[in-house]
Design a protein. Structure first.
Length: 303
């Protein structure tokens, strides 16, 4: 039986030059189920984990990715959390680990057991989110950070000193970005264009784990690199550009993979796009027969 052909589209949720302002969710570990991820203070997932300010980033957790809140979440118990640079080499959390303690009940974060972090609403009913601030600025040029969470019983500063007591095998992590002056960012989301009109209509879901390759972006502390990744569990991915070698501009090329031959690209067309996500004349939003998903985008100019 032949499966029906499905349509896909690109949604540029954000494409901004960070100078006008002042990153997979939950990496699975061997013995910790569920996921951690970042949200805003209302428990709303932020596309591509890209935030305007450090104070906007909240720790949330529960079922894996965008699974329903009724799915299996984190094991119940007490946990510590921390913020580091992306490699985990520099501790950025600026308060004592005892101030970074939460309790998981029913698979969700339900209690904060410290005094220095602000509370928000969790993504799932009955849960809370906890502001990651206070934490210091990352040395990463693109403004990228990593948040960790580990069971209190597994916290071990003797056996895992390089991760500040957070052992890889028993910790969950999630990377996020905070817009940094002088850098530019692109957040790309994939959605299931069920109406095949090239526009994300109400109810059309984002597509997690769609392969994306970006050329001309930051990779860790390196610039102008090629990064092959996927949209995260919520269907988006963000990239940073912190160097502009071409007279203040940088071209980023985005190329798609695919999730099977039963997908057809509907939007947008190949071409060059400006920092507001728009193109010049002749932009094509629909391509009902395209089977390969090559997308060239975006010249960013730092003003």
């Amino acid at each position: 039986m032949q499966r029906p052909r499905r349509s896909i589209g690109w949604l540029f949720a954000a494409l901004t030059v960070a100078a006008v302002f002042a990153a997979t969710a939950g990496v699975a570990r061997a013995s910790v189920s569920g996921a951690i991820f970042t949200t805003d203070s209302t428990g709303t997932v932020v596309n591509g984990n890209l935030y305007a300010a450090k104070a906007d980033v909240y720790l949330d957790g529960g079922p894996q990715g965008n699974a329903p809140c009724s799915a299996a979440g984190l094991p119940d118990g007490d946990y510590y959390f921390q913020v580091t640079d992306p490699p985990g080499a520099t501790l950025l959390s600026s308060d004592a680990v005892s101030e970074r303690k939460v309790t998981v009940s029913g698979g969700l974060i339900t209690t904060y057991d410290g005094t220095t972090h602000t509370l928000g609403s969790g993504k799932c009913a009955g849960s809370i989110s906890v502001a990651l601030a206070p934490f210091n600025d990352t040395p990463n040029p693109g403004g990228e950070y990593k948040v960790w969470m580990t069971p209190v019983l597994d916290y071990n500063s003797t056996n895992c000193p390089t991760n500040f007591g957070f052992c890889d095998a028993t910790s969950k992590t999630d990377n996020f970005k905070v817009k940094k002056s002088g850098a530019a960012y692109v957040t790309v989301c994939k959605f299931n264009d069920q109406s095949a009109d090239g526009v994300q209509d109400s109810g059309e879901p984002l597509i997690p784990h769609w392969p994306i390759t970006a050329t001309g972006v930051d990779a860790g502390d390196l610039t102008a690199q090629t990064v092959s990744t996927q949209t995260d569990d919520f269907g988006c991915v963000s990239f940073a550009v912190s160097k502009f070698p071409n007279s203040g501009t940088q071209t980023v090329t985005l190329t798609e993979g695919n999730l099977g031959v039963d997908w057809t690209q509907t939007a947008p067309g190949n071409g060059t796009y400006g920092a507001d996500g728009t193109s010049g004349a002749g932009r094509t939003h629909h391509s009902s027969r395209r089977r390969t998903f090559h997308r060239r985008s975006s010249v960013w100019r730092r003003d």
